[in-house]
Design a protein around this ligand. Structure first.
Ligand code: 26V
Length: 821
């Protein structure tokens, strides 16, 4: 999607002579892209512009790396299966203070920076919140001058591209590397071998002390690193994001080749490519495939080997590892790194179990991102044993150590001991990755205050009893550089003109805006910015979907992965009910509203995909019904990604954060919307609880059951059918959907979805409907008084500085990693 920009906010005053930069672009185009300006395509210009900024990053990159090495600074290694980074060019221009110079330099060659920026692929190496958080953290760590390395997988295909055909989600391969990737540096010389399968043999150790285990894998691959520089604000530091790609150890099997089997000779190459070809498109939904475990081990093992190698290039041995390194596990996906470090310590570097365990336990930290049972990873023991026989032994040894401690404490009964065990024994035996990460880490954190409390009370209650000091909270945050300065230049300029530049470096200075919340003139300016952003979105929707929208309507936005617990269904049912009321009471003074939806469903998640179809069915019927008189529109924007979010969030009036309480670990979209001056309608879930504390109860619309009430209802006999009977509005809307009013071509399409609400209603849609609907009517009332609405919106922007990922990272740095900030 294109951005029509107003002047950007820069990290530094102008520092380049534009004509020099313009010459440099031509040089680069000629000698590094191989084109003359007269024949250069837009992609060529994009490539040249990126290479020019990249050159400037490299000096700082080398300098940052050298400084950390010479000073012996403690380093943070952030291991994550996902990095949802989006486009990088604006980040780099803006953090280096080159945006306006570059705009002019390109304009001197008749190239529009916004047009080429829109061609940069949106790197979607992640599913949703967890991956985007990793990207925000990388940017904040560089901005706070923390020596940090991100480690992940260089998927050839990121998250699928979503098209909507006849209202249904269709998944298409995403090919972000099609035009090459000018950001990355391949480092073949830095490759490691990664093994799978085979067997373990004991040999007498050379030191004559007991035995040593030798793992002989049957399959071997190379992990080749590709490095991307990540620039911090004002170019303070440039850190590396190191993504591993699988390659064959022997690209061509010569025996097969010589025997004339040319296809068979490439078998190894194909097997290797398959390993890192595709990102698993499921989030909080069981994947459970062998390939996924292989991916997890592949990137964890390569990263741990790299970390150990770097440490030993400066220090004599690995005893000092915990003083110089923290390896942070972003969820359990890299938890196998605990066993891999143990293996290297014991089998390669000659440590005994006790010494290795003491080092490992002081080196790892772990963040949990979800309590949903279906997302808690565990692997069948037979699969684990076959792929990673040595790691299985190590996990048994760790388990024995932990269970010995548990038993000897005398504080645990058999049920509790079973919960603590790393091996689930209730049916098919499975390795519990959460328990492995928990016992292998010195710190275990949740991502919002509520989520951390629930972790203590639910999934990890017994482990928490065993290690009561281990669980701590680090409420999530977002980077204001991307989620305000870059995506909303109009608002950023207004804030700057109003309170000056201090907030550019200290986001909590936004609180100075509080003083302007009642100021009529400022309110007018604030709402003019919102209006301009809304017009931009209206234009995009008209181009992409051919739907015309009224920019004066209330823009009500729910954008995130499609999941039953996030309750897009609650929002759609409310739209249906509103539609019904608008038609039954045409005499009432209805307010024009547009409900926007966007998001992807896991390809195997039937109900989530059906919810997408329902949103599209409802949109078709409502948008084409003249009796609605344009008072309500429903829009589903296809292919939600970081770039789409960057357009939609600045244009939102109302942010929908309506998950069933207790199920959304934090949410980060909620923070992005509030920062851009949208009001939140939400449940007391995840970080919404803290959002309310920060913006003030009077500036947010909270409704529905609390997490505790949800738990109580579930423990009692929850009867959704009875609730539905008592709510005429809900009943009417459910009947309309269930009987095919929105699907006349297939009236039974939503029968099961709706009867699911009548029968079990796992996500408490019925229980919360009336409260939600009244909260929406309260929103209408607020919208009727613009001065009041603006005041509330301004308070939101002014008071959410705390949700910056800079604050989050400062807390990680001082309370977990113990690195200076
Ligand atoms: C789990 C699984 C399990 C099966 C295979 C694929 C797969 C992929 C990802 C996940 C973990 C999903 C967890 C997640 O994304 N949690 C989100 O984390 C955000 C950042 O902390 C947080 O704001 C969201 O509330 C939380 O849902």
């Amino acid at each position: 999607m294109d951005k029509t920009s107003s002047p950007a906010v820069e990290a530094a005053p102008r520092q380049f002579v534009v004509s020099d930069l313009a010459d440099e672009l031509i040089e680069c185009l000629k000698y590094r892209v191989g084109k003359e300006p007269s024949v250069a395509t837009r992609h060529d210009w994009l490539s040249a512009a990126i290479k020019v900024v990249r050159d400037r990053l490299i000096d700082r990159w080398i300098e940052s790396t050298r400084r950390a090495y010479e000073n012996g600074d403690k380093r943070v290694y952030y291991l994550s299966m996902e990095f949802l980074i989006g486009r990088l060019m604006r980040d780099a221009f803006s953090n280096l203070g080159m945006m306006e110079d570059m705009r002019e330099a390109l304009a001197a060659h008749d190239v529009d920076i916004d047009l080429i920026a829109a061609l940069e692929p949106d790197a979607a190496l992640g599913n949703g919140g967890l991956g985007r958080l990793a990207a925000c953290f990388m940017e904040s760590m560089a901005s706070l001058d923390i020596p940090a390395h991100g480690y992940g997988i260089r998927y050839v295909h990121g998250l699928f591209r979503q098209e909507i055909h006849d209202g249904y989600q269709v998944e298409l391969p995403e090919t972000w590397l099609d035009h090459g990737n000018p950001w990355e540096f391949e480092r073949r010389e830095g490759a490691y071998e990664i093994g799978f399968g085979g067997s373990v043999r004991s040999v007498a150790s050379q030191e004559g002390r007991g035995e040593r285990q030798i793992w002989k894998p049957t399959e071997r691959f190379l992990a080749v690193p590709f490095d991307t520089p990540i620039a911090g604000w004002r170019g303070k530091r440039v850190n590396s994001l190191r993504l591993w790609s699988a390659m064959p150890v022997d690209p061509i099997l010569l025996d097969a080749f010589n025997a004339g089997d040319h296809i068979g000779a490439l078998r190894e190459s194909n097997k290797a490519e398959a390993l890192t070809r595709v990102l698993y498109p499921a989030d909080s939904h069981p994947a459970g495939q062998e390939l996924r475990l292989r991916q997890e081990y592949f990137f964890s093992a390569a990263s741990v080997q790299d970390i150990v190698r770097r440490h030993l290039s400066k220090y004599p041995d690995l005893h000092s590892l915990p003083d110089k390194v923290t390896i942070h596990l972003n969820d359990t996906h890299p938890a196998i790194a605990v066993a891999e470090l143990m293996r290297l310590l014991m089998d390669v570097h000659g440590h005994g179990f006790d010494s290795a365990w003491a080092i490992a336990k002081q080196t790892f930290a772990y963040t949990n991102h979800t309590l949903l049972p279906e997302a808690l990873e565990s692997w069948p023991v037979p699969l684990f044993e076959r792929l990673l026989p040595r790691h299985m032994q190590i996990i048994y040894a760790i388990n024995a150590e932990v269970l010995l401690e548990v038993r000897s404490s005398g504080r645990f009964n058999d049920d509790e001991i079973r919960e603590i065990s790393l091996i689930y024994e209730g049916g098919e035996r499975r390795v519990r990755m959460g328990n492995l990460a928990f016992v292998g880490a010195f710190s275990v954190n949740g991502v919002s205050a509520l989520h951390t409390d629930l972790m203590k009370q639910t999934v990890f209650s017994d482990l928490h009893k065993l290690y009561p000091d281990r669980i701590n909270n680090k409420t999530n945050g977002i980077t204001q550089r991307r989620w305000l300065f870059q995506c909303n230049p109009r608002l950023t300029t207004l804030i700057r003109d109003t309170i000056g530049d201090r907030f550019l470096d200290d986001i909590e200075a936004l609180s100075e805006l509080d003083a302007y919340a009642e100021d009529h003139e400022f309110q007018q300016q604030f709402s003019a910015v919102k209006r301009a952003n809304k017009e931009q979105l209206v234009k995009v929707v008209s181009e992409r979907l051919g739907v015309r929208l009224d920019p004066t309507a209330l823009f009500d936005v729910q954008i995130k992965r499609i999941h039953e617990y996030k309750r897009q269904l609650l929002n759609i049912i409310e739209a249906v009910s509103l539609y019904d009321q608008i038609r039954s009471h045409p005499e009432r003074d209805w307010l024009p509203r547009v409900k926007f939806f966007a998001g992807k469903a896991a390809p195997s998640y039937h109900n989530a995909k059906l919810i997408i179809k329902l949103a599209n069915d409802v949109a078709r019927v409502i948008n084409s019904d003249p009796s609605v008189r344009g008072l309500l529109k429903v829009v589903f924007i296809p292919n939600y990604n970081v770039s789409t979010a960057e357009i939609m969030i600045p244009a939102a009036d109302l942010s929908e954060q309506i998950s069933t309480a207790g199920l959304e670990a934090s949410g980060t979209g909620n923070m992005k919307f509030a920062l851009n001056g949208a009001l939140t309608i939400g449940t007391l879930d995840g970080a919404n609880v803290e959002l309310r504390e920060h913006v003030g109860d009077e500036n947010i619309v909270i409704f529905g059951l609390t997490a505790q009430e949800v738990a109580q209802w579930k423990a009692q006999d929850y009867r959704p059918g009875e609730i539905i009977e008592r709510s005429a509005e809900l009943k009417q809307a459910l009947e309309a959907i269930g009987t095919g009013v929105f699907s006349p071509d297939d009236p039974g399409r939503y029968g099961e979805l709706i009867s699911g609400i009548y029968k079990q209603d796992t996500f408490m849609v019925a229980a919360d409907f009336d409260a939600y609907s009244s909260a929406q009517r309260h929103v209408d009332e607020l919208w009727r008084t613009p001065a009041r609405w603006h005041r509330m919106a301004i308070h939101n922007t002014a008071r959410v500085g705390w949700f910056s990922s800079d604050r989050t990272i400062r807390q990680y740095a001082s309370e977990i990693w113990r690195v200076p900030v």
